[in-house]
Design a protein around this ligand. Structure first.
Ligand code: ACM
Length: 263
């Protein structure tokens, strides 16, 4: 039996206070975690007034200060970290997530399904849904609203993910209740790290719903944070439960019937 000690770190960031937000998030990572997931855009905050403002806070990956802070922490604590951050690549701007291993290596994902006003400032992701070897298993990445599209989690599962790390800034209420289904239908663990608090920097006030959630391949909620306040939730993930055989005659990937679906 291989058990991964996992954590989702629910934060309460202040827009633009990058150093403070990074320090608070990293201080909340449990020292004994093998894998810890931080929210979407955890260092900057979420609601950018313009593409120019986003460009001024976005960073290159892997050479920006947020990646450096994550890599230093990963090395010092022997923890693999997944976190969402604003990425600048030339004149392109992505709502990205990184996976940072204790050896300093850094992988990246760019959010595919942009939510609401994100479409005004970010470019949509162009790297598909990647799966990486990390902390002795396989970890797939997606960001927040990607959860709504079963193709996202399904692609990660078919690429071999046993754990889906899901940095989020949720404002709609449905995701925490839906993630057990995503976990069951793909027989993976899901780690949704959300934030709390409000932002009202444009005409729209956003209230982030908290409820960061860890789900098992058996449709169980292994841990869930409250809707209010910074909080870290942990769970041991028994990787033997990531068994695609749902019954002796049902394999959740091989039983798919793409010839019968409208794609
Ligand atoms: C979201 O995708 N941040 C709702």
């Amino acid at each position: 039996m291989t058990v991964i000690r996992a954590a989702v770190v629910q934060t309460d960031p202040r827009f633009g206070e990058v150093e403070t937000n990074i320090a608070a998030a990293l201080a909340a990572v449990p020292g004994d975690a093998d894998l810890a997931v931080l929210p979407e855009l955890f260092a900057t905050g979420y609601q950018f007034r313009s593409r120019d403002e986003l460009a001024s806070l976005a960073e290159p990956i892997p050479d920006g200060p947020t990646c450096r802070a994550l890599a230093d922490h990963a090395a010092a604590t022997d923890t693999t970290l997944v976190a969402g951050l604003a990425e600048r690549d030339g004149d392109r701007l992505y709502n990205s997530a990184v996976l940072v291993r204790p050896d300093g290596s850094i992988e990246r994902f760019r959010k595919v399904h942009l939510f609401w006003d994100e479409k005004l400032v970010f470019d949509a992701g162009d790297l598909g849904f990647p799966v990486f070897e990390a902390c002795g298993t396989t970890v797939g990445l997606m960001v927040c609203f990607d959860w709504l599209f079963p193709e996202a989690t399904g692609s990660l599962a078919r690429r071999g993910a046993r754990i889906i790390a899901h940095p989020s800034n949720l404002v709609l209420s449905h995701c925490p209740d839906a993630m057990p289904v995503r976990a069951l239908e793909n027989r993976v663990f899901t780690l949704t790290a959300n934030r709390v608090g409000t932002e009202h920097r444009t005409g729209t006030e956003l209230r982030f719903i908290g409820r960061s959630t860890i789900c098992s391949p058996r449709f169980e909620v292994l841990g869930q944070a409250s809707p209010l306040g910074a909080e870290t939730v942990t769970a041991g993930l028994d990787l033997d439960l990531c068994d695609p055989w749902l019954s002796p005659r049902n394999h959740v990937i091989e039983d798919r019937r793409p010839d019968q679906y409208l794609i």
